[in-house]
Ligand binder design. Sequence first.
Ligand SMILES: [Zn+2]
Length: 78
Amino acid sequence: MKCVVCKSPDIQMKTVEEEIEIGNEIILIPVDVLVCLNCGERYYDRKTIKKIEELKSKASSHDLKIEVVGKVFKALVA
Ligand SMILES: [Zn+2]
């Protein structure tokens, strides 16, 4: 398999943190995906997409165990 973006053959299965947004909050979900080592493009398989969707709906109904790992701040600039 070659990367469709940069044509690099360096694609590896990696555990990455996928961001999902619930309202104003962002939850990081660790998932195993194929990642292009050259440009960073991620390739999700059907199973991973399903897992993300499931966790998303769990998170919106507050049925997901989470911990606070940091805060996101917004710069107040004109
Ligand atoms: Zn690539």
